[in-house]
Design a protein around this ligand. Sequence first.
Ligand SMILES: *Cc1c(COP(=O)(O)O)cnc(C)c1O
Length: 415
Amino acid sequence: MKNVKYGKCVKCGKTYEATPDLTTCECGGILDIVYDYDYIKSVLTKEKLAARNERTMWRYRELLPVEESTEPTPLRVGWSPLYEAPRLSKELGLKKLWVKDDGQNPTASLKDRASAMAVAKAREAGAEVIACSSTGNAASSLAGNAAAAGIKTFIFVPSRAPKGKVAQLMTFGATVISVEGSYEDTFELSKQAIDKWGWYNRNAAINPYLSEGKKTVGLEIMEQLDWQVPDYIAISVGDGCTIAGLWKGLKDLYAIGFIDRLPRLISVQAEGCCPLNRAIQTGEPWHPMEENTLADSIAVGVPRNADKALMAIRESNGLTVNVSDAEIMAAQKLLGTRCGVFGEPAGVTGTAGVKKLCEQGVLGENDTVVSVVTGNGLKDVANAIKACGEPITIPSDMDRLLQAFRDHHIPEGDC
Ligand SMILES: *Cc1c(COP(=O)(O)O)cnc(C)c1O
């Protein structure tokens, strides 16, 4: 890879040759992929990018850690829509708000960006099996992207994973182990199994290439905004790989001169499980927390990518905000009714954070904000119905319809 120098430990600084099966440092630290930005600048320009037809994450090839000969993965991952949200923006009192709907990815979450990268690297490594543990979305995205590439998957999920995600796994033909325990318990079992059988490892924060895939969300936001940098980008945080990846993408663009400043990140976690935000807020090291929120994708009591995530929030002079499950459910309804965007609970948590910061007066009429919706609501319909209610159910009878409108205070003039 001409564009990549090496993998570098974020803890001790030791460097490693960037082989496809790279994992963590011998000191236990997480590796970061380091690029040769001078080389990248010599081969990539904004004009060259704009002329490209490839509407997937692979349009940013020069900034991705893959061999030139590596084929793009089969599913259409990335280039999700960035919607301007003028009504919601006005309601919240912001200067401008955009919603990046990453639930539009092929398996309906941002995790597809990491899983496509895992599949590309597994192919380079010649691996026939990939494994991971996941709260659900990393699992379903890996299963889908690997199925399309003809690679077998072993997947470990906590038994609480919502049915929509499990249905995806079964449909994509993964071997699924549903672990009776927390995400932490699930991760431990997957680790032992991966060690025993030597599968290609797509575990969050263990495989350093994953956040390089996730960073494409940041690259896209900036290209879609024609390189006009927003003041803030808000995103939900569990293990921390996503926010770290987002930050990496923004820093890459800054390093090659595509943007002239960096936005501030807004890290949003659930009140019932916010170990990373709490570390920032108290200035202390992070401590494990219980996994106490309906936003299952970010119910991560022991975050695997704490170091990179905390660095990203601090380096960006970022904000942290914790939201209750009720606030998450309200955001689900708000995005649905004002933007037509259907997010799963963890998917809308970033927007719940933006709303809360507006109410607190931290964000206001001078601020431009991008809110990333990280996963689609169809993955977890039970919680969507809880948040947004049940329909009016009646027999096929006009009188009953009129009665129902009266009961629900819907004036006939509105019909
Ligand atoms: C995984 C996930 C997140 C958080 O990503 P981390 O890398 O775990 O911080 C947020 N939202 C959704 C929908 C996810 O699946």
